[in-house]
Design a protein around this ligand. Structure first.
Ligand SMILES: NC(=O)C1=CN([C@@H]2O[C@H](COP(=O)(O)OP(=O)(O)OC[C@H]3O[C@@H](n4cnc5c(N)ncnc54)[C@H](OP(=O)(O)O)[C@@H]3O)[C@@H](O)[C@H]2O)C=CC1
Ligand SMILES: CCCCCCCCCCCCCCCC(=O)[C@@H](N)CO
Length: 326
């Protein structure tokens, strides 16, 4: 009797093997490792928050680091901070990512890039009806058009330099609000969802050049940007966004760098982010057959979880509206 149970248990354990084997064979692009040490890492928005943490960590891992942002003062402070902490000198470039010519000039001065981290971003939450069109355009211009400008300016020299320098990376800083639309984030979410389309198409275009794209999805992260944002965040935005736990900039930077080094296309930062990445896997490339396996097996259950989250959020919105009209 006991033998029979063992036999069934054995069969049950074997069941996933053909699927695992199949996924191992089909996942594309193929896994690859990207090194940071002794390579040129160029970080936009590197003078504050997550970008500054990335600059610290990349420098301490032996990369030569360049950072780009608008304010020269903040760039100089950042350079000083990294020098004090790591003894390394970062190159600074003052430019607005909305200005293609300025960005192109900065990239030419900086020299060939091995790891481009497109991290600059602005976020001004507000219900669309109350938000100025200029603010909508501001977020789309800096977050989305700015990323196009940056990548287009950097690509020629990145491709050129590949011949003898090994695999390169282009990483884009999205947000969990780029995986699910959130109240108060219509423009911000649109700009971050846009990065996903850009990243998916770009990866197909640059795979032959040994360039690997990563998309990073942080939750609320303690940064000067978030502090500023919180001053005018609609309460419903804060409540719904708190479905995912907040993180520190250093923690997000660490997850991001690890994701870049393993060339993961989707990089999540916390447990909620891990669930989100499986729930929104869609037609994104996946290099890891184990992650692909989890995506396949968990799809149904996570769709149910997603519907429960929506049920909860719509309940909160309804209650808030009732409270406001009383
Ligand atoms: N903090 C959070 O809660 C989360 C942030 N993110 C994303 O992470 C990224 C970084 O956020 P965070 O660290 O909080 O932001 P911060 O506001 O702390 O820093 C933003 C950086 O971007 C630079 N920047 C802003 N506008 C431009 C521009 N037009 N051209 C060039 N550089 C610019 C800023 O410098 P300067 O102003 O001098 O130009 C600064 O270096 C953003 O893309 C954001 O959307 C994602 C999820 C959560
Ligand atoms: C199926 C399972 C689902 C699991 C949980 C879903 C949780 C969603 C929370 C979304 C949080 C969005 C934060 C945006 C932060 C940000 O970008 C701003 N601070 C601006 O920088």
């Amino acid at each position: 009797m006991a033998d029979q149970y063992l036999y069934y248990l054995f069969l049950l354990l074997l069941l996933p093997l053909p699927l695992l084997l199949f996924l191992y064979v089909v996942v594309r692009p193929r896994p690859v490792k990207i090194s940071i040490k002794d390579r040129h890492v160029f970080i936009t928005g590197g003078s504050s928050g997550i970008g500054l943490s990335l600059a610290h960590q990349a420098a301490s891992e032996g990369a030569s680091v360049s950072i780009l942002a608008r304010s020269r003062n903040k760039l100089e402070e950042a350079r000083e901070a990294v020098r004090l902490a790591t003894g390394k000198e970062v190159e600074i470039f003052a430019a607005d990512v909305r200005d293609y010519e300025a960005v192109k000039k900065a990239v030419e001065e900086a020299g060939p890039i091995d790891v481009l981290i497109v991290n600059q971003g602005v976020f001004v939450p507000q219900e669309l009806e109350k938000q100025d069109v200029d603010e909508v355009r501001f977020m789309l211009d800096v977050n989305l058009m700015g990323s196009f400008n940056m990548i287009k300016a950097a690509l020629p020299s990145m491709k050129e330099a590949r011949k003898d320098r090994g695999p390169a990376s282009i990483a884009l800083m999205s947000s969990q609000a780029g995986q699910v639309g959130i109240y108060g984030y219509s423009a911000y979410s649109a700009s971050k969802f846009g990065l996903r389309g850009l990243a998916e198409a770009l990866q197909q275009e640059v795979i032959v050049d040994n360039i690997h794209v990563s998309l990073i999805f942080p939750p609320d992260t303690e940064t000067p940007g978030l502090e500023e944002e919180n001053r005018r965040k609609p309460p419903l935005t804060s409540t719904i966004a708190s479905s995912s736990g907040a993180m520190k900039a250093d923690e997000v930077a660490k997850k991001a760098l690890n994701g870049i080094k393993s060339a993961s296309f989707i990089v999540s930062c916390n447990f909620e982010g891990f669930l989100l990445s499986i729930a929104t896997a869609g037609l994104s490339p996946q290099r890891s057959f184990l992650m692909a396996y989890i995506e396949v097996v968990a799809a149904g259950v996570l769709r149910i979880a997603a519907l429960c989250f929506q049920w909860n959020w719509y309940g909160i919105i309804e209650k808030w509206q009732v409270a406001c009209t009383e």
